[in-house]
Design a protein around this ligand. Structure first.
Ligand code: FPP
Length: 249
């Protein structure tokens, strides 16, 4: 068992000066991966959990400080009950099983979303892993759970309105920085790179405010087949892009 907390970096040929500070991922295609193999969708999610581990490990190796994964959306509650239950079981397993590894690899866990909607045992495992990894500093892994961007923006607007009602804030104080400070993501930078697997050309209610200037990469690969090599290729593509933030080069 390693207790190494020092940052070990394996850059896979990437330029360390141009690494994204935050990568966000829409993990899509578990169901289709399973369907193609005549397996149940749940098997697809199981295989998808392994891809989660690979991407977390690769981020840690390379030295990317923030990774946010869209693990369960507010809309996903409407899936068949057996599938929702299986996803919750997988999530809990991940949270318990990976706790030790997160400690060894200096990874801090965080979450965004309506986590009060999660089953009690999953919420407990989540809070415990967040708590024990609180002091870790090499990688902040954020799981979006019961997350929907429009819902996040609504709760931010309600909180801002309440602060105005209470006299703590004036309408004229509202600017982009203030709104960002009321979102679930207030402690993490906006994503530099958004990856979506399975080829779908949509954002699916994920980080709508935060991805205003993110580079977007959509790969046809189904999430369970997504591995370190492809992740590194995407990071190389990111490094070759010229980011202009609406200005001229
Ligand atoms: C989308 O695939 C994926 C999800 C709704 C859930 C993502 C969950 C995991 C990757 C596994 C559990 C997560 C963790 C963090 C351990 P889909 O089912 O929509 O695929 P389809 O579009 O092909 O049907």
């Amino acid at each position: 068992m390693s207790s190494d907390k020092s940052p070990q970096s394996d850059l896979h040929g990437l330029d360390p000066a141009k690494l994204p500070a935050h990568v966000a991922v829409i993990m899509d295609g578990n169901g289709r991966w399973a369907q193609k193999r005549l397996l149940s969708r749940i098997k697809g999610h199981e295989k998808g959990s392994e891809a989660v581990r690979t991407v977390v490990r690769t981020c840690r190796e390379i030295g990317i400080p923030h990774l946010t994964l869209y693990a369960f959306s507010t809309e996903n509650w409407q899936r068949p009950r057996a599938e929702v239950e299986a996803l919750m079981v997988l999530l809990k397993k991940f949270l318990v099983k990976e706790r030790q590894d997160m400690m060894e690899k200096n990874i801090r866990l965080g979450t965004i979303g309506q986590t009060d909607r999660l089953p009690e045992d999953v919420r407990e495992a989540l809070l415990q892993t967040i708590d024990v990894t609180r002091g870790n500093t090499a990688l902040q892994l954020t799981l979006a759970l019961s997350y929907g961007s429009r819902n996040e923006i609504c709760q931010a607007m309600r909180a801002i309105a309440a602060d105005i009602d209470a006299g703590r804030l004036q309408a004229a104080d509202i600017d982009e920085k203030l709104i960002s400070g009321y979102l679930f993501t207030r402690h993490i930078p906006d994503p530099d790179l958004l990856i979506r697997t399975s080829g779908e050309m949509r954002i699916s209610n994920f980080l709508l405010w935060q991805i205003a200037y993110s580079e977007i990469f959509i790969t046809p690969t189904l999430w369970p087949d997504f591995g370190a090599d492809e992740f590194v290729r995407i990071l190389k593509d990111f490094q070759s892009r010229q980011r202009r933030f609406g200005q001229v080069a």
